[in-house]
Design a protein around this ligand. Structure first.
Ligand SMILES: Nc1ncnc2c1ncn2[C@@H]1O[C@H](COP(=O)(O)OP(=O)(O)OP(=O)(O)O)[C@@H](O)[C@H]1O
Ligand SMILES: [Mg+2]
Length: 272
């Protein structure tokens, strides 16, 4: 028998599938209860919810970092490209192409912008590949190029968030996990974060975007899930959710003071 390598069908691009996921912390706190969710290849999916809803827990379950927080999966499945991500080392998950930007834009404050990016270049094959990856980041984030020699702790909140995202992108992920990237940033900077999410997805990387800023997240995503007390309370196409009366009342809050006719995404703060 011969195998014709030229005629094989290309492998389908990996999607993230979460099925009936249950997570507990320390045995007592039942943080997720039967959550199912899908992030298609190259797609942007928003996960919304108020404080304590379980958003970060969901990202930890995907990135393999639950054990660091004394959490554990006690039911369900998480697969990426058909392979289970559960009970795998965080480094293995990164090697599988899934990279998380944790809550609170953690950067190495004493390192320069350039050194932070170098630190993110895990998995790049050699010096040249790493340098090329860095050049691409400086193209995507021109502000970081201007600041490349600056210590990260001296950057503004928005600049640190961009650096945290750029550092994660240095690993060349197929799926980027973002935990509340807009938290504490001025509306103008939130718009920049939204733009970056759009660019990342246009370049072929899927994004799972955890946010409390529902208006921004719905504007940049195709599909959205609302978590409430560890369960999926609402789910649907983002365009539908952003016009749904229930969503507006419960989660989108007031838009007073913001010109809702502007082309930019509305920046009403999550009120729930
Ligand atoms: N390490 C931990 N140990 C015990 N309980 C935890 C731990 N981390 C989170 N929890 C609990 O799990 C639940 C979900 O928390 P999680 O951090 O996932 O929420 P969240 O949606 O990310 O909230 P926020 O918007 O405030 O970041 C909360 O009740 C929280 O108190
Ligand atoms: Mg959180």
């Amino acid at each position: 028998m011969t195998i014709d390598a030229g005629s094989h069908v290309a492998e389908p691009e990996p999607s993230l599938e979460i099925r009936d996921l249950s997570v507990r912390y320390g045995g007592a706190v039942h943080a997720l209860r039967g959550v199912s969710l899908r992030v298609p290849a190259r797609g942007v999916v928003a996960v919304l919810g108020s404080n304590g809803a379980g958003k970060t827990t969901l990202l930890r379950a995907v990135s393999g970092t639950l054990p660091m927080h004394r959490g554990r999966v006690d039911g369900g499945e998480v697969t990426f490209g058909g392979r289970s991500l559960l009970r795998r080392d965080p480094a293995d998950v990164v090697a599988a192409g899934v990279v998380q930007v944790p809550e609170g834009r953690r950067v190495f404050g004493r390192l320069t912008v350039d050194e932070n990016l170098r630190a993110g270049a895990i998995g790049a094959r050699d010096r040249r590949a790493r340098a090329a990856a860095r050049d691409r980041m400086y193209e995507t984030f021109p502000r970081l190029a201007q600041l490349r020699g600056q210590r990260a702790r001296l950057l503004s909140g928005g600049e640190q968030q961009m650096l945290a995202i750029a550092r994660a992108l240095m690993a060349g992920p197929t799926l980027l996990l973002l935990d509340e990237p807009s938290l504490g940033l001025a509306p103008r900077i939130v718009e920049q974060v939204a733009e970056v999410v759009g660019q990342v997805s246009a370049q072929g990387t899927a994004v799972m975007l955890v946010e409390q800023n529902a208006a921004m997240a719905l504007a940049v995503s195709e599909h959205a899930y609302v978590l409430d007390l560890g369960r999926v309370a609402v789910e649907g196409p983002s365009a539908e959710l952003s016009t749904s009366d229930e969503m507006r009342k419960l989660y989108l809050g007031e838009t007073s003071g913001i010109d809702s006719s502007a082309a930019a995404p509305k920046l009403a703060r999550w009120s729930g």
